[in-house]
Design a protein around this ligand. Sequence first.
Ligand SMILES: *Cc1c(COP(=O)(O)O)cnc(C)c1O
Length: 380
Amino acid sequence: MTTAPQEWPRPAPPEALASAHAAGMRLTIDLDALVRNWRRLAGRTAPAECAAVVKADAYGIGVSHAVPPLVSAGCRTFFVALPEEGARLRAFAPEAAIYVLNGFFPDAAALFGGAALRPVLGHRTELEAWAARGGGPAALHVDTGMNRLGFRPEEAEALPADLVARAGIDLVITHMACADEPDHPLNAAQLARFRALPAQLSGVRRSLANSAAIDLGRAYHFDLVRPGIALYGGGCRPGGRSETVVTAEARILQVRAAPAGETVGYGATEKLARDTRIAILSAGYADGYPRSAGRGALPPAAVAIGGRAVPILGRISMDLIAADITGLPSGAIRPGDWAELFGPTIPIDEAAAASGTIAYELLTGLSRRAARRHLGGEGG
Ligand SMILES: *Cc1c(COP(=O)(O)O)cnc(C)c1O
């Protein structure tokens, strides 16, 4: 089966455009914290194997930076969404098992073969196409309650054992819909359906847990766990905290004052209740900081200056954010200083919640305009 993967133009590699000294937004990515997060999860879930989900360029932090230290730390299995992501990952993880969550499509056969990728197969036609091509290590996805990808349990039940064997199935996975809500009844229901899988799949390794499902307890760990967001410092429930990996900061361009009664920003949505000192930051929605964090956000969005949280004023512009610094000592803040958008003072989950979104979307939406600096990662 030959394909021509060059027919469509490929996206530019996800390198940052900006240099740190000229940037408006800068991202500091702590690879040692990433490795500590992985090690902590691996320790908590042993003897299950701890994989790493690195789809979407490792949730935006950069596969080329994130993967080598994870490999050195002992991570042997990775998950991506797409075959191109897997082919790119292969250069940084030559020995690893790489599973492609969105499965096998014949157009991409050359990528699967060339980079020894393992598809996660989710319906009969796809399974047959993989087997017809000779099979090879692959995962089977069983949908236990999400109605997204995967065989329904009764479809998995009906699979001929010889087809499963010819396809080379070496892992069975399912994915949880509500693992971030520990009391949701669907959690136990999905667990029960996954446990009841049919005989032709017994003896094959099993994997259920994403980051949040790891916190549901040992019964959810099976043979292999698949954390993503917890590696990158997000998606945390109290008690399950992972360390901050990504810090986003914006350059302060101006410090100004405006009297009570005036308004700030587009739409004049923010009417000042008091005389106000304002810092103008060089970041906006074009950098991936959501416009929905602006005026009206619930809970209110904040940035931090000098380690203290201060509220955002008015709407987020494409390239600018206004912050209320009236409560900070006057003279303490100057143009050229940096304000934290999220990081050690403003947890990424809180910054995301203030924009009506989740840390996953915030991380994967950070734009190429931000300068990126990676710390550590040599220790392994
Ligand atoms: C993205 C994804 C994961 C990782 O989820 P997190 O919530 O980021 O830990 C695991 N499994 C599947 C199937 C996924 O799509």
